[in-house]
Design a binder for this molecule. Structure first.
Ligand code: CP
Ligand code: NVA
Length: 318
């Protein structure tokens, strides 16, 4: 792969997109596209040969776990799944001590769980690259898969109008806003006021936007979808918030992605995206899920290629 700007992410952790420049994000997307093209030709690599990778999961996962596992093995690495009840993390010993131990034994660590603080401590005390596989606050690897999919669909990211509809203060909304602000998209959050993102993060993203030419809008007006290239949604109640499900159904039913909302874009070319898992007939109708299944499942597949790129770029011999 060409790397004209000589970008190297060797030894870096991947905790939030805030820590990465637009060039670095583009480099990861280009590397993922390259690894994907190679895999389609039956070519896998050896860049993670001899690397042992810990996969810590406090919360369940289909796509992220599978992507780290297959991505590591495709490149010759060894992934080891450490589930919530398998290890002591934060129960019997401190996160810092677990981090110190895992850093002695493993070459890289993936963490999915509740607190962003935990993944940051793992990175600080393990001394090896740590990758955020989702926390309550952020889901940065998902954004790489989403942006690779948008590039495949539209050929570019800059200026794409991306509207996130639903829980505007969850990990997906936060990370899409950061990624869009860095990469110059026209990004909107469409959500009831109760579920708007934190002001501090919106202000930070507006700062990024000054450099990239991005536009950030937060609105509760359904007409904000007008002209959208992408309508994106996520579950109404995230992992760990299950007790809020009834309240969310009440708040978010007017914001369901259905054929009426898609028509409101005024464009035939608008695509629908979802990070999955999807609760059909809640945040999106089965009709829309099925209509855009090619895009949504490309997006899911792209989790693997992009997560592989993150591991290869930060830990691999390239
Ligand atoms: N999109 C995503 O992170 O899926 P999983 O929860 O299945 O990993
Ligand atoms: N917001 C969702 C994302 C799932 C990939 C959750 O945290 O459950």
């Amino acid at each position: 792969m060409e790397n004209p700007k000589n970008i190297s992410l060797k030894g870096r952790s991947f905790l939030t997109l805030k820590d990465f420049t637009a060039d670095e994000i583009q480099y990861l997307l280009d590397l993922a596209a390259d690894l994907k093209a190679k895999k389609k030709q039956g070519i896998t690599g050896n860049s993670l040969k001899g690397k042992n990778i810990a996969l810590i999961f406090e919360k369940p996962s289909t796509r992220t776990r599978s992507s780290f596992t297959v991505g590591a093995i495709d490149e010759g690495g060894h992934p080891e799944y450490l589930g919530r009840d398998d290890i002591q993390l934060g129960h019997k010993e401190t996160v810092e001590d677990t981090a110190r131990v895992l850093g002695r034994i493993f070459d890289g660590i993936e963490f999915r769980g509740f607190k962003q603080e935990t993944v940051e401590k793992l990175a600080k005390y393990s001394g090896v690259p740590v990758w955020n596989g989702l926390t309550d606050d952020y889901h940065p690897t998902q954004i790489l898969a989403d942006f690779l999919t948008i590039m495949e669909q539209f050929g570019h990211l800059k200026g794409i109008k991306l509207v996130f509809v639903g829980d505007g203060r969850n990990n997906m909304a936060n990370s899409l806003m950061i990624g869009s602000a860095k990469m110059g998209l026209d990004f909107c959050i469409l959500a009831p006021k109760e579920l708007w993102p934190g002001e501090e993060l919106v202000n930070l993203c507006n700062e990024y936007a000054k450099e990239s030419g991005a536009k950030i809008t937060v609105s509760d007006d359904l007409d904000v979808v007008k002209g959208a290239d992408v309508i994106y949604t996520d579950v109404w109640a995230s992992m760990g918030e299950e007790e809020k499900a009834a309240e969310r159904i009440k708040l978010l039913t007017p914001y369901q992605v259905n054929s009426a909302l898609m028509a409101r874009t005024g464009k035939d070319s608008t695509i629908f995206m979802h990070c999955l898992p999807a609760v059909r007939e809640h945040e999106v109708t089965t009709e829309i899920m099925d209509k855009f299944s090619d895009v949504v499942f490309d997006e899911a597949e792209n989790r693997m290629h992009t997560i592989k790129a993150v591991m290869v770029a930060t830990l691999g011999n390239i």
